[in-house]
Design a protein around this ligand. Structure first.
Ligand SMILES: Cc1ncc(COP(=O)(O)O)c(C=O)c1O
Length: 343
């Protein structure tokens, strides 16, 4: 099918994710939009340990263990899926976990709902910081690492979203899995596929782009940003790709402008804030397809995809694979916004 095996060239990884995940056809939406839409169910990489982050953490946690770490430290928004996946993976591996989470007022942290509840249950220690402190989170990481070392601990820091060159291997490998899925579809790998994905810290998209080029696949990666803008993601995704190419000696050409395709314009009210039209689409999709999207990532990306298709039904070609990257626990804290839309 394609000449190289990703496992043969990738760094060591742990087996944490339930893979391969299924690829499902989205019957009603495909009919309505007049284009074949499939969903790659990466929300099925596990139950509590689910979503896209766990594919990245397979590589990062392997590195943490190899370095002799006894504590992992990471960061994110209050309802970060990545933080929750890290806390649970750490519990599974016998590591301690410290989460640096962003909230408006650290003196009055958010209720233990959704991902936060699971973090506490997994035994993670949460350090609440303000959005302003989060902008300088490298200083907070350093402070926490120093504190842990003073206590005789050996910390290992994981960046936001596990989005670095090592974590990108999770989605380089997922791209190989997707190539196998695509090969089973009518006209297989010959027919061009557009892969639509939510992008937040960029690592998932970076992995998909690198995987596409390494495996020489006939695919376009269309990333819907859920925060910031196109320029921000050219830099964020571009630097992960370039670091991975240099660190692992990947024999591919890469150009930020040519290879990074950001579908900008669907951030809406801002990161983790939803508009009623996004929430309504999430509810409709649950009712019509039995597919549950999250409000922060997949709901926004799906909304963006549908708006683009309404504008031009052929804008993504004839075959789309939407990656469901998980995040369902983020729905529960937004129940109050959702309920009025359901009557
Ligand atoms: C459910 C979900 N989908 C998509 C993303 C975006 O992935 P990335 O941060 O790798 O861009 C994230 C995390 O940010 C996430 O939690």
């Amino acid at each position: 099918m394609h000449p190289i095996s990703i496992d043969a060239i990738a760094p060591p990884r742990l087996d944490l994710a339930r893979t391969p995940t299924p690829l499902e056809f989205l019957t009603h939406t495909s009919r309505e939009m007049g284009v074949d839409i499939y969903v790659k169910r990466d929300d099925y990489t596990g139950m509590e340990l689910s979503g896209n982050k766990i594919r990245k953490l397979e590589y990062i946690m392997a590195d943490a263990l190899a370095s002799g770490a006894d504590t992992v430290v990471t960061c994110g928004g209050a309802q970060s899926n990545h933080a929750r996946a890290t806390a649970i993976a750490a519990a599974k591996l016998g590591l301690d976990c410290r989460l640096i989470l962003r909230t408006a007022d650290p003196a009055a942290p958010p209720a233990p709902d959704g991902n936060i509840l699971l973090n506490y249950m997994a035994g993670a220690q949460i350090v609440w910081i303000t959005p302003e402190e989060y902008r300088h989170r490298e200083d907070i990481f350093q402070r926490e690492e120093t504190l842990l070392r003073q206590q005789g601990r050996n910390p290992y820091s994981i960046p936001e979203g596990a989005s670095n060159a090592l974590g990108a291997w999770g989605y380089i490998r997922a791209m190989e899995e997707l190539a196998g899925d695509i090969a089973q579809l009518p006209e297989g790998l010959e027919r061009r596929t557009t892969i639509v994905v939510a992008t937040g810290s960029g690592g998932t998209t970076a992995g998909l782009i690198l995987g596409t080029r390494l495996l020489d696949l006939n695919a376009r990666i269309a990333a819907v940003n859920v925060c910031d803008d196109r320029d921000y993601f050219l830099e964020a995704i571009g630097s992960i790709c370039e670091t991975a190419i240099a660190t692992y000696g990947l024999n591919i050409s890469f150009d930020r402008e040519r290879d990074i395709d950001i579908v900008d314009g669907y951030v809406g009210r801002g990161y983790a804030l939803s508009r009623p039209e996004e929430m309504s689409l999430i509810i409709d999709t649950a009712r019509r397809e039995g597919l549950f999207l999250d409000p922060v990532y997949t709901g926004k990306a799906f909304y963006g995809m549908i708006q683009e298709l309404k504008r031009d039904p052929r804008c993504f070609g004839e075959r789309i694979i939407f990656i469901h990257t998980g995040g369902l626990f983020g729905l529960f804290p937004q129940a109050n916004e959702m309920v009025p839309l359901m009557s």
